[in-house]
Design a binder for this molecule. Structure first.
Ligand SMILES: Cc1cc2nc3c(=O)[nH]c(=O)nc-3n(C[C@H](O)[C@H](O)[C@H](O)COP(=O)(O)OP(=O)(O)OC[C@H]3O[C@@H](n4cnc5c(N)ncnc54)[C@H](O)[C@@H]3O)c2cc1C
Length: 538
């Protein structure tokens, strides 16, 4: 199947089997992806760059002390501790383009020394105790799709690095059908969690573009936002409770739906990216599985017009389940045949999707359509919306063939208030364009809005550029310039990709020294030896 063989209109693209990705390539290893015309054109005259065969890469000699390994094997069983080159490479870094470029060049210097697969929460606590006593760093690993360096800790001063892979914690523990709350173990991958909930008539409604790879623990640890965030909310908004394993024991948070008891400590753990410990299960709100779904496409003459329409829906309602606006460049390249936009192909595509109960969906669609039409939108019908829906997880499959063809593709995101959105978009676009052009790799910069709030929205940029002499250095300079533009505009360094190592300095700038001290004090309390994902976030 190529990325353009779309599931039919009656197929639910969110009900897909779990795939075991094989770094450095994305997604189902069986799936062959050919570059479609628009993407192939981006490759132009770039020089192909196929990368080295991953099976030929040798990671550095493992460093964890033999006594620690023996303790871990006794605890979880020999079969659940691995130090083969393959296991270590499959846990090396994440899926940012720099991560892929490094591995494609044969650099596995960040490989963990051991991969450990615990079977339950108590084993996770014990692993953290053992590693804490021996000063071995521990990296929680759910789906391994981090794009911010969240899986590459700073190993200096540690006796080794253990990747703690949660895949065996893969149960739907319970569903409270009356309260509409489900408890999921952290190692469940997104599609597996959704399938288990659908069997009971529920949906989580969380569909990030990394849905095929990411999982529950990762969603919680990074405050993930799915493509249907307008309808179902961000992941952190649906978390009712969670269980955290730390080197000093267990923290359980979230007793009741609301509480006036002090600060909400769940918020300390959500987005903590493994630096306070390991989230082993999460209690989330679920919704009835949708009875019906329908997607539309709309054309707006400009990005500004489209953004105004989205703002009106976000502020005054009604909100569709999916709401996204592509700029002119993204509309032309990614989402639609420009012909669908009418004679004037310079427009911007808005995709709206509605899911829910059969009687309610048409009412919401009609009311939202009135707002969109009133704001200057032209209805294009269902085809562009359905086309986006059925191909919603296909985009990441294009990155590998583009990298093979010598074309750099990377994304970054930010969030700000509506009043500053257009200046922010212009500043980030200029920063990336100027930096890459100066290094001899003029880019195409595309942008979309896919997460909206009453007060503001996120901006998501996709950058495509032919490799220059040193693509890693070229991207690093462009990313630095983009980060500076984001901070200079007073926007946040991340809306949903999180901090990891890559955004750490900008995040510290964003929160200030005193707030950073407070976070460090929490870490010192829960993880006195500092073994939990050192160098990430704080
Ligand atoms: C192609 C692609 C598309 C993407 N699209 C989206 C998107 O639409 N929306 C979005 O929000 N993000 C997106 N991302 C980013 C990424 O998928 C998210 O950050 C996701 O939530 C990570 O989940 P994971 O299970 O892969 O976590 P991992 O990569 O395994 O971990 C992420 C971080 O959390 C830590 N961690 C993992 N599990 C735990 C745990 N149980 N307890 C404590 N810490 C833990 C890790 O150590 C790491 O620092 C995308 C990434 C890619 C590569």
């Amino acid at each position: 199947m190529t990325s353009h063989d779309r599931p039919g209109p009656d197929t639910d693209e969110t009900l897909i089997p779990v795939v075991q990705m094989r770094r450095p390539r994305w997604g189902d290893p069986e799936r062959v992806t050919e570059l479609p015309g628009a993407a192939a054109a981006l490759a132009g005259d770039a020089t192909p760059n196929p990368g080295v065969d991953p099976s030929s890469i040798t990671p550095p000699a493992p460093a964890v002390p033999a006594s620690v390994r023996a303790d871990l094997e006794r605890l979880v069983g020999d079969a659940h501790v691995a130090d083969s080159a393959d296991a270590r490479i499959q846990h090396t870094r994440g899926f940012s383009t720099p991560d892929l470029l490094r591995l494609r060049s044969g650099d596995a210097s960040d490989a963990p020394d051991l991969v450990v697969y615990p079977g339950d929460h108590d084993e996770v606590v014990e692993i953290l105790r053992i590693c804490s006593a021996a000063r071995v760093a521990v990296v929680p690993f759910t789906g391994g799709t981090s794009v911010v360096g969240g899986l590459a800790p700073d190993r200096s001063g540690f006796a080794g690095v253990v990747s703690l892979d949660l895949r065996r914690l893969d149960r739907l523990v319970e569903v409270d059908d009356i309260s509409r709350v489900a408890t999921l173990q952290a190692g469940l991958r997104g599609s597996a969690a959704e399938a288990l909930l659908r069997e009971r008539g529920w949906t989580l409604g969380h569909f990030p573009q990394s849905y095929e790879g990411a999982g529950i623990g990762g969603y919680a640890a990074t405050r993930s936002a799915g493509q249907s965030s307008a309808g179902y909310g961000r992941f952190d908004e649906v978390v009712e409770g969670l269980v955290l394993a730390t080197p000093r024991g267990t923290v359980e948070l979230g007793t009741a739906p609301r509480s006036a008891a002090g600060p909400d400590l769940r918020q300390l753990v959500l987005g903590s990216e493994g630096v306070f410990g390991v989230i082993t299960s999460v209690r989330v709100r679920v919704r009835p599985a949708p009875e019906t779904r329908v997607f539309d496409g709309w054309r707006f003459a400009t990005f500004t017009d489209g953004a105004t329409a989205l703002r009106r829906l976000a502020q005054d309602g009604p909100l569709p389940t999916v709401l996204r606006l592509s700029d002119e460049a993204e509309t032309a390249v990614n989402l639609a045949d420009p012909g669908q936009l009418g004679a004037d192909a310079t427009g911007c595509l808005v995709v709206t999707g509605y899911e829910g109960r059969a009687p309610e969906v048409p009412r919401r669609r009609e009311a939202a359509s009135e707002v969109l039409a009133d704001a200057g939108g032209t209805l294009l019908g269902e085809e562009p919306g359905e086309s986006w829906r059925s191909g919603r997880f296909a985009g990441p499959y294009l990155r590998d063939p583009l990298l093979d063809a010598g074309v750099l593709v990377e994304t970054l995101e930010t969030v700000t208030y509506w009043s500053g959105l257009h200046d922010l978009r212009a500043a980030v676009t200029a920063a990336i364009t100027d930096t890459l052009t100066a290094s001899g790799a003029p880019p195409l910069v595309m942008c979309h809005i896919s997460h909206v709030y009453p007060a503001g929205a996120s901006l998501y940029f996709t950058v495509v550029a032919p490799f220059g002499a040193d693509p890693l250095a070229e991207w690093s300079a462009a990313k630095k310039a983009a980060n500076e533009a984001i901070r200079a505009a007073g926007a946040s360094i991340t809306h949903h990709h999180a901090i990891g190592r890559d955004h750490r300095d900008a995040y510290h700038d964003e929160i200030g020294a005193l707030a950073l001290d407070a976070l460090r004090a929490v870490k010192n309390t829960l993880d006195p030896a500092g073994i939990c994902n050192p160098g990430i976030l704080i």
